[in-house]
Design a protein around this ligand. Structure first.
Ligand code: NAP
Length: 306
């Protein structure tokens, strides 16, 4: 039986693995078939401390994995298909493999940014299409940008991006915003923020990097061209928590609820990273909470042993 199994291999999971491995807990990371989390989908990461020249997202994740492996972390490149956290030892199921038994679990399955589901957005992801203003805003100094969405995220990202951009145009599919009044007012007051209402992005185009979008007005059906250098999609995130429904407490959006650090409602099950954080969502905060989860596991096992 394992002392700790970590589900998910973004910055939270790999930092948890590093700390668990150095605490002699011999962690197993079930890293998923698409290992490495959201950072594997980005290019330059300029806000992870310790890399003054920045680092490519995939490289950062490779390095974190190597560092965790160096202290004895075991990896399984598979997707978890089911978990049973109701009785101990906890069990983790992977298709066509024997069940994994473990004394503790760290859930670090992350979250995924919702996308528009148009072909061209995938083509330009990392080449002008982004889902994180904090990560990528500084690449667009004095450029024209589009932000898609009408919620708090779109207002926050749009307002933030005016630090860099010449203008930020928020494209929303209705003519009223979903965002809270205070966030709306902040955006309305900002002279660099413009709005295009009742419209959706139908295509992102460019020549290797983004040069503009084609917008469809949903009321008139008119198609217009809007040149821009970047498209920030801020239509929400979805946490990866389907596996834990009816076992772990979640908020209405499906984010895991934690208390006293990284504890979930089940003693011995901890959660770290974006799966329990819809506020900060940064690689460095995810890594920090991964470290906390590992320390919480270590203390939990020590207390049980006594
Ligand atoms: P959200 O509130 O769900 O808003 C998503 C927005 O994107 C909505 O305006 C929605 O349009 C639009 N949208 C959804 N799917 C779309 C699609 N396929 N094409 C075009 N537009 C689409 O998500 P969020 O803004 O990320 O906020 C999530 C939660 O985090 C909220 O509770 C929010 O208050 C909170 N949050 C708080 C802060 C803060 O307080 N600082 C910052 C960010 C987020 P419709 O309006 O037409 O549905």
């Amino acid at each position: 039986m394992h002392k700790v199994v970590i589900i998910g291999s973004g910055p939270a999971g790999l930092t948890a693995a590093l700390y668990c491995a150095r605490a002699n807990l011999a962690p197993l990371v079930v890293e998923g078939i698409q290992a490495g989390g959201q950072l594997t989908l980005t290019t330059d990461v300029e806000n992870y401390p310790g890399f003054p020249q920045g680092i490519m997202g995939p490289q950062l994740m490779t390095d974190m994995r190597e560092q965790a492996a160096r202290f004895g972390t075991e990896f399984l490149t598979e997707d978890v298909t089911a978990v049973n956290l109701k009785t101990r030892p906890f069990t983790i199921t992977i298709a066509e493999k024997p069940e994994i038994e473990t004394q503790t679990v760290i859930v670090s399955t992350g979250a995924t940014a919702l996308m528009l589901n148009i072909d061209s957005e995938q083509q330009y992801l990392g080449q002008g299409v982004s889902t994180c203003a904090t990560c990528d805003g500084a690449f667009f100094k004095e450029k024209e940008l589009i932000v898609v969405g009408g919620g708090d995220s779109a207002m926050e990202e749009g307002t933030f991006l005016t630090k860099f951009a010449s203008t930020v145009t928020i494209v929303h599919r209705r003519n009223t915003l979903r965002a809270s009044k205070i966030m709306q007012e902040r955006a309305f007051r900002n002279e660099k923020v413009k709005f295009i209402w009742d419209s959706v992005v139908e295509e992102v185009y460019g020549d290797g990097v983004v040069q503009g979008v084609k917008l469809r007005n949903l009321k008139t059906t008119e198609l217009t061209d809007k040149p821009c250098s970047g498209v920030f999609i801020a239509i929400g995130h979805t946490p990866t928590t389907t596996l834990f429904v009816d076992q772990l407490d979640m908020d209405p959006q499906g984010y895991l609820l934690t208390h006293d650090g990284t504890k979930t409602n089940i003693p011995g099950v901890f959660a770290a990273g974006d799966v329990q954080d819809h506020v900060y969502r940064q690689a460095v905060t995810a890594a920090g909470s991964g470290c906390m989860a590992a320390i919480d596991v270590e203390r939990f096992l020590e207390q049980e042993a006594h």
